[in-house]
Write a protein that binds this ligand. Sequence first.
Ligand code: COA
Length: 322
Amino acid sequence: MRAKIIGTGSCLPEKIVTNETLSAIMDTSDQWIRSRTGIRERHLVSSETETTLSMAVQAAREALSDADILPQQLDLIIVATVSSDYITPAAACLVQKELGACHAAAFDINAACSGFLFALNTVDAYIQAGIYQTALIIGVETLSKILDWSDRSTCVLFGDGAGAAVIKAAEEGMIASLQGSDGNGSDVLVCRNRTNNNPWISTDKSPDYLYMNGQEVFKFAVKKETECIQILLEKAGMEPEEVTYFLLHQANYRIISSIARKLKLPPEKFPTNVDHCGNTSAASIPILLDEIRKDRKLSPGDILLLSGFGAGLTWGAALLRW
Ligand code: COA
């Protein structure tokens, strides 16, 4: 048996922040952001009650309803996030409580923007091993709280949001997958946690904000994602033309179009939402998947190739039949 996605959901904060709004509070412009990234606007949390948990739960409820699955039927919940409301407990345990998913094991995955794919691959492995049959996976981020709002080169790129998928064991679904990591690149995209703090250490360091070497990440993304797609198709014995849609991590329109060009494929095969969501990290692929499902662009049997990259460095990809 393999993992099959049977329902999707998403949640974006109500507040929309356009490039023009950012231009009013920092030295940037719509022209710069749009030409470098394709981003026009992003959604950001705007109240104390809009949290990583609240967005995750809303996306999860939508996905469960779409799948026609009750929370009590879930035997696994995985949340992929780097911006949980708590260091402990795991966001997945809090989602479990909110949903009343009393039979599910629940834990989080930290693989940055590749997190949703790591979660999907983990569920597929559990299903192949016969351990679990029905799972909920969520990619969710409130990245706005770890951004340095005085660093225009990073803060304009990201957005908040959540995307979820319900997965069931089925004869057909996942065709092939891969994931990988390279800790040697850990310093190009990084956000430090609390530093050592006990009665015997004096430290005056406050928590850090997200730092990114944009050009290094750009080069890595184009090379690694193109490579992942080629390896995965080869593994499955499929041609790129057989794929209905390539759903890539929504970091930057220029990265996506460079990959499409390298693969000699038309841009129509690469749907995007980076223009109105920005980079929502672990949430980006499931939000895009949910948008496409809601726009009725998917039919049973369609082939989807999901692929992403992120801090770690990490990368992941999954080829599946809808
Ligand atoms: N508005 C206006 N100017 C800005 C700016 C902003 N928001 N951010 C940076 N600049 C300026 C820089 O200060 C620099 O000015 P200078 O030439 O006077 O020094 C200039 O624009 C060029 O900066 P640079 O960093 O070279 O731009 P770039 O063309 O590499 O684009 C990124 C920057 C971040 C858009 C690009 O590198 C990128 O998209 N990288 C990948 C990021 C990514 O995908 N991250 C997600 C990981 S999951």
